[in-house]
Design a protein around this ligand. Structure first.
Ligand SMILES: C[S@@+](CC[C@H](N)C(=O)[O-])C[C@H]1O[C@@H](n2cnc3c(N)ncnc32)[C@H](O)[C@@H]1O
Length: 263
């Protein structure tokens, strides 16, 4: 069970490991990591449209480290307010900004300052800074008012939190009635052993904190969502060192997941 933290796990240390990993990704996206990154990966493994990605600044797309494709889950209407609760360098958020247009808003939150800086610079380069705004913060305590967002997008980040109930409760709080969660995250088919759960490197690589698949729907239901369901599956760790560190039969993969707050 990864909705909480392994016993004796140091939450502050874990968060620092995660922050430091993504600080490095922001500074050096070409470095050696346990997980895939970038626009080619997004296209080939996750089904993003390569032409759409080519129109975005490389500053953002090169640092993409998601595990699924939340924007393919459902529509995002013109004029909507979209929140990415851990946006990294902002690739999904800039795609969302293009959909909501100048009557809408696209808000990106991330705890890692270097990621937020890349995302904000990329928004200026893309001419989208009148729609997209970025705030440093934590998804366990979102700096966003209640019932103010039409769609929350989330890509590869729920697994990173040792406080997943808080993350899901916050998503539910900020959504308007009738609003949607479009989430992509890593899931496993069988509980990981404590060694894997307690490995900070594996946690920062989006595997150590992955939910066992049925826990994702349960977490959404417990937060108040009416229905949640998986819409697509991805082999996001194919040929990575993260994949080689967990037993094959656990079948680590990622999923697109949709849930709605009752109108
Ligand atoms: C795997 S990356 C994914 C980023 C982005 N969603 C993407 O698709 O490229 C994880 C991101 O989550 C952020 N993050 C991790 N824990 C967080 C927290 N507690 N609050 C806010 N952001 C967090 C990291 O800083 C990092 O940018």
């Amino acid at each position: 069970m990864a909705t909480g933290c392994p016993i004796n796990f140091d939450v502050a240390y874990l968060r620092e490991q995660v922050r430091s990993t993504y600080e490095q990704v922001a500074r050096n996206p070409e470095g050696d990591y346990h997980f895939h990154r970038g626009p080619d990966y997004a296209h080939r493994f996750l089904g993003y449209d390569p032409d759409e990605l080519a129109r975005l600044p490389e500053l953002s797309t090169a640092r993409f480290a998601g595990v699924g494709n939340p924007l393919a889950i459902g529509p995002i209407g013109a004029g909507a307010t979209v929140l990415d609760h851990a946006c990294g360098a902002g690739m999904d958020l800039l795609l969302a900004a293009g959909k909501v247009g100048s009557r809408g808003r696209a808000i990106g939150i991330d705890m890692t300052p270097a990621m937020i800086e890349c995302a904000a610079r990329a928004a200026r380069q893309a001419g989208l800074s009148h729609i997209a705004e970025f705030r440093q913060g934590y998804y366990e305590n979102l700096p966003v008012p209640d019932a103010s967002v039409d769609v929350v997008i989330s890509n590869g980040v729920l697994n990173l939190s040792p406080e997943k109930h808080r993350v899901m409760n916050e998503v539910f709080r900020v959504l308007k009635p009738g609003g949607y969660l479009y989430l992509a995250d890593v899931v496993v088919q069988q509980e990981l052993n404590m060694e894997a759960r307690s490995n900070p490197d594996l946690w920062a690589a989006c595997v150590g904190g992955a939910l066992v698949e049925p826990e994702l729907e349960a977490l959404a239901r417990e937060a108040g969502f009416a229905r949640g369901r998986i819409t697509r599956r991805f082999n996001c760790f194919y040929d990575t060192t993260a994949e080689s560190k967990v037993a094959k039969h656990l079948f680590v993969q990622s999923v697109n997941f949709i849930a709605r707050k009752n109108p």
